[in-house]
Design a protein around this ligand. Structure first.
Ligand code: SF4
Ligand code: SF4
Length: 104
């Protein structure tokens, strides 16, 4: 089990969650080179200890326990996992493809 970050983080990205995570598993942080080009932050499912500290501090309610993720945002479970497992230049197109599925 892990926590995930869904659509409301996109272009909000205020990093309030990063500040409270005890294991630093939310990326990219403001100090990481990919911060500016990413539209949201991602939780590393391998590192997350499920403490739940990040969920209440998110101002836009973008963070969910994986099992509690609303159906409309289930794809973000994989999107967060993909970001941690691949270089950002690979993860970003995956996200675009996922978003594009609902486009006309
Ligand atoms: S649940 Fe805890 S460990 Fe997991 S991302 Fe949130 S603050 Fe970090
Ligand atoms: S607190 Fe919420 S909006 Fe802010 S970076 Fe984290 S997930 Fe995104």
């Amino acid at each position: 089990m892990t926590y995930i970050i869904a659509e409301p983080c996109i272009n909000t990205k205020d990093t309030a969650c990063v500040d409270v995570c005890p294991v630093d598993c939310i990326h990219p942080t403001k100090n990481e080179p990919d911060f500016e080009k990413e539209t949201k932050l991602y939780i590393d499912p391998e590192e997350c200890i499920d403490c739940g500290a990040c969920e209440p501090v998110c101002p836009v309610e973008a963070i969910f326990e994986e099992a509690a993720t609303p159906d409309k945002w289930k794809q973000f479970i994989q999107i967060d996992a993909d970001f941690q497992g691949a270089p950002p230049e690979t993860a970003a197109p995956l996200f675009v493809i996922s978003r594009g599925q609902t486009a006309p």
